[in-house]
Write a protein that binds this ligand. Structure first.
Ligand SMILES: [Zn+2]
Length: 239
């Protein structure tokens, strides 16, 4: 939705019957559903997440992507935007047609938050709030990424994130997988892990697929432009 329309709705929100403001986010009311209104600068990031990254939808065709997106989101002209985005998708063009799901991950996990992979993504630019990294934890079962923009990539950041954003907000994971970086392999993390009786496995360069999930997530973030990256962060991570 363009900025002018968006602001107009916000200004008249009390009179609007089709829209609702919740937690400073605008929703369109459609029957019994509340659809998040996507602003102009957000839709590229959303489409990137839904079409290029999303585990089940990656590089699906226009109709499937559209059907999935209208379940949760709304903006004017969304069908057309989705169509154009997919028609110009590099990978879809090279393959001739949209493809199905990604290859399955070799590690089998049976329940949500049983096993999580954790890693840092370095941002291309420091954000207004002084954040330089995103710490990402990916659940191996649901592929749900929990992420937070942070200032430092040290042990304290990792410990706080595991405790506040994983243990307190989700389940207590049984296994955490990370690389051997000093922010993951240290006394502070060791104590936290022991306290909650979690197993910590280190992926090594000999077996890079062990932590393949987070790495793949990161790889999909790295090559995108700064603009898309920022809109993903704004939209998905709400910062
Ligand atoms: Zn594609």
């Amino acid at each position: 939705m363009n900025e002018q329309d968006y602001q107009k709705i916000i200004e008249n929100i009390e009179k609007e019957k089709k829209y609702e403001l919740n937690n400073s986010k605008l929703y369109r009311i459609k029957k019994d559903k509340r659809l998040l209104v996507i602003r102009r600068y957000e839709f590229e990031g959303l489409l990137y997440m839904m079409h290029n990254y999303h585990e089940l939808l990656a590089h699906f065709g226009i109709n499937t992507t559209y059907e999935k997106i209208i379940e949760k989101y709304y903006w004017k002209g969304m069908r057309k935007d989705i169509e154009i985005y997919i028609k110009f998708c590099d990978r879809c063009q090279r393959r001739g047609k949209p493809i199905g799901r990604n290859e399955l991950h070799p590690i089998e996990v049976k329940e949500p938050f049983y096993q999580i992979g954790i890693d840092f993504v370095e941002l291309l630019k420091v954000t207004k709030r002084g954040n330089k990294y995103i710490i990402v934890a990916m659940d191996y079962f649901t592929k749900y990424p929990e992420a937070k923009a942070v200032k430092k990539d040290n042990a304290k950041t990792v410990a706080d994130f595991i405790y506040e954003d994983i243990i307190c907000r989700h389940e207590l994971p049984q296994k955490i997988i990370s690389d051997r970086g000093s922010h993951f392999k240290n006394k502070m993390i060791e104590e936290l892990i022991k306290k909650f009786n979690i197993k910590h496995k280190f992926s090594t360069s000999y077996y890079p697929q062990t932590n393949g999930l987070v790495k793949r997530f990161n790889k999909t973030l790295y090559p995108v432009s700064h603009r898309i990256m920022m809109s993903i962060i704004l939209l998905i991570f709400g910062i």
